[in-house]
Design a protein around this ligand. Structure first.
Ligand code: GLA
Length: 387
């Protein structure tokens, strides 16, 4: 259905049929939050919600791009000769950034494309709509111009765009989860060295529900960068007495022994979260492999508590969803997912109670916050593909 809608839109806008359709997923993170840029483990998986593109080649060096999610911006236009960040190009900057860094890495892109984009990921909801767009862009360019790079290189490229072009100092998790995504599998990734392992996510009696606060994430990027700077500063202090390159090289015991050198209560809390969260990922993956979903759920809950109290990235909206989820009999675990400051939470819920869970949590949320939350059933899909 999405295919036809986007095809028709393409024909409408460009007066010709598109040549190809591409898709890249969004992601949820099951556990391991704010550990990626601290050299720790993450455990995300791609979801079947994501971003679609209808594409055809042009004969000049111009890109004409249109997003069905930002119709009021109309057709945005830029040339291969000028790929500098331009505020007016809004969402298209992600695509421009990917093209720019591919060219800088000596890949040949010698003519433009017409593109129509449609995303069914809620925007700015912490499901990585931007990484989805970056990995979609990489896939389109790779296929259209027969470029030679692999999925890990695509993920690294996306992170470079995010850090150096967009200005968010994010880690590698989102792009990696999307670029290397495989159906019904989560990825345990060691962000220190990019070693990774696929872990089957065969929930038989349970469903993962995504709960969207629908809270706009204003200031989220600056808060994100602030947290990262706090961790970097804690690391610098620890380095004065320890030979380490990242916070997550420390065990909780080592951290407790040496944390006094950080000499700042807030920064100690930030570092504590990252280091304990890293341990939780290892324990959670072990639990999942042994089919101990109850243990897995408890670790998710612990993760949320730590993100609320030590990392301080939850807020009333996410806390209301998660705390209410915990009160439901049918829930095995719930936590915020992604960067926080609004956005989405996830809950693992028994299959037969999904509807009542959504109804109960939705009601409390509306009564407490004043507007509705949205709920989606997560299905774990594949990485970027040409359809
Ligand atoms: C965002 C970033 C990721 C990661 C998460 C928090 O999604 O893009 O790199 O840091 O926040 O775990």
């Amino acid at each position: 259905m999405v295919n036809n809608t986007i095809k028709n839109k393409f024909a409408n806008i460009f007066g010709e049929d598109c040549e190809s359709i591409f898709f890249a997923p969004g992601r949820i993170n099951l556990i391991g939050e704010h550990t990626d840029y601290n050299g720790g483990f993450v455990f995300p998986c791609p979801i079947t919600l994501g971003t679609y593109a209808a594409v055809s080649k042009r004969k000049d060096k111009i890109f004409k791009v249109y997003s069905m999610n930002f119709e009021d911006l109309g057709v945005l236009e830029f040339s291969l000769d000028n790929l500098e960040y331009n505020k007016k190009h809004d969402w298209a900057n992600y695509l421009k950034g990917v093209i720019k860094f591919l060219l800088e890495n000596n890949h040949k892109i010698n003519y433009g494309l017409n593109i129509v984009i449609y995303g069914n990921l809620p925007n700015g909801a912490g499901l990585s709509s931007s990484a989805s767009l970056e990995m979609l862009s990489a896939k389109i360019l790779k296929d259209s111009f027969h470029l030679d790079f692999d999925n890990v290189q695509a993920a690294l490229l996306g992170r470079t765009v995010e850090n150096k072009y967009i200005g968010v100092n994010s880690g590698i998790m989102d792009q990696f989860a999307i670029s290397l995504g495989q159906k019904d599998k989560a990825i345990m990734l060691d962000c220190n060295n990019l070693f990774f392992e696929y872990v089957p996510l065969n929930l038989i009696n349970e469903t993962i529900i995504i709960m969207n606060t629908n809270k706009r994430r204003e200031l989220a990027d600056s808060k994100y960068n602030e947290r990262r700077a706090e961790c970097d500063s804690a690391l610098e202090s620890l380095k004065t007495i320890l030979n380490i390159n990242s916070l997550c090289e420390l065990t909780p015991e080592e951290f407790e022994k040496h944390k006094h050198v950080i000499n700042d209560e807030i920064k100690i809390k930030r570092a504590k979260h990252a280091i304990y969260e890293n341990e939780r990922v290892k324990a959670a993956v072990k639990a999942l492999k042994n089919n101990h979903i109850v243990t897995f759920g408890k670790l998710m809950n612990d993760s949320h508590n730590s993100l609320r109290d030590d990392y301080e990235v939850t807020g009333i909206e996410l806390d209301t969803l998660v705390h209410t989820a915990w009160k439901q009999e049918s829930v095995l675990g719930a936590r915020m997912t992604g960067a926080g400051f609004g956005g989405c939470a996830i809950a693992i819920v028994k299959n037969d109670s999904v509807n009542s869970f959504i109804e109960n949590v939705g009601k409390v949320y509306k009564d407490t916050i004043g507007y509705e939350a949205s709920f989606y059933i997560a299905s774990i899909g594949n990485g970027p593909i040409k359809l």
